[in-house]
Write a protein that binds this ligand. Structure first.
Ligand SMILES: C[S@@+](CC[C@H](N)C(=O)[O-])C[C@H]1O[C@@H](n2cnc3c(N)ncnc32)[C@H](O)[C@@H]1O
Length: 275
């Protein structure tokens, strides 16, 4: 890839950092409890104690705090966005007295150098599909797991409309802020109407949104609409790939997209163990 193309690719990368920075002011003990519950659902709480933990694409840093709360020996976070690293540091300092953490402004494609070795637990929630080369990123993530160690990833499910969403995201990141706000408002309205059609209360839905790993509706919508680069994967294929790489499947959370991706995709989760 020549320099001009590299620059073009970087320019159209969504400003994840800014979104996580804005979200971080809303992180409270309730958010952390829901983040802990998400770890417990996968059984990570029983695995992490006294282990080394790497979070690829640490975003706001919320998962780093959770891993420390579950007794990880040392915790490392990397993110390509410097604002994410700054935010993660602030959030870590706000919620933990532990010194057993380090965060690096690094891309997954650039972790070969020191101090990167192998980890007991490699975790990456909603990240590898935003790197611009999901399969290469997945390959690197698997290579960072120690023997008998664990890998936990969450990736966007491939839907019928993924190509269209990819285009939407490209348009969104290149649009002025005012146009982004307009798209967001329209999308929120559509989601609310869809909830009403399913006889669900949108107010309760938005209020309870925190139960999704401690996240917030507004920031997740901005992240969904703007999350470019964007890729997605068939869940059966993901399982096959991980098995081929010498992993045993420990736990999966898969939910079929009922609307062919009309309202967007979602992340399926998988926890695997290196044999
Ligand atoms: C949707 S956010 C998920 C954040 C976090 N994992 C969470 O669960 O809240 C995706 C994150 O991946 C980061 N990211 C994108 N490409 C990356 C890369 N090549 N290497 C490391 N991080 C990357 C983004 O900066 C962003 O913080």
């Amino acid at each position: 890839m020549n320099n001009k193309n590299k620059l073009k690719k970087l320019d159209s990368h969504f400003e994840f950092g800014l979104n996580w920075k804005n979200f971080s002011s809303l992180i409270d003990n309730h958010s952390l409890i829901y983040s802990q519950k998400a770890f417990e659902r996968l059984g990570l709480n029983n695995i992490i104690k006294n282990k080394t933990f790497l979070d690829i694409g640490c975003g706001s840093g919320i998962n780093l705090i959770t891993s420390l709360r579950f007794g990880a020996k040392s915790v490392y976070g990397i993110d390509i966005d410097p604002v994410c690293i700054q935010t993660s540091k602030e959030v870590l300092l706000r919620f933990t007295k532990s010194k057993n953490w380090k965060v690096y402004n690094k891309s997954i494609f650039n972790v070969i150098e020191k101090p990167f070795k192998k980890f007991d637990v490699v975790y990456s929630w909603g990240v590898l599909h935003h790197t611009g080369d999901m399969f290469k990123a997945l390959n690197i993530a698997t290579s960072l797991v120690k023997k008998n160690g664990y890998l936990c990833v969450a990736l966007y499910q491939k839907t019928f409309l993924c190509k269209l969403w990819r285009l939407e995201k490209l348009i969104y990141v290149k649009s002025p802020k005012i146009f982004q706000k307009l798209i967001r408002s329209l999308f929120k309205l559509i989601l609310i109407l869809a909830l009403l059609l399913q006889a669900r209360n949108p107010i309760t839905y938005i209020k309870n949104y925190k139960k999704n790993r401690g996240m917030e509706w507004h920031y997740d919508i901005h992240d969904w609409l703007g999350g470019y680069p964007y890729e997605s994967i068939d869940f059966n294929y993901l399982q096959l790939l991980l098995k081929e790489k010498g992993f045993k499947i420990v736990k999966t959370f898969y939910k079929k997209n009922r609307f062919f991706g009309l309202f967007g995709s979602h992340c399926d989760e998988i926890l695997v163990k290196r044999l």
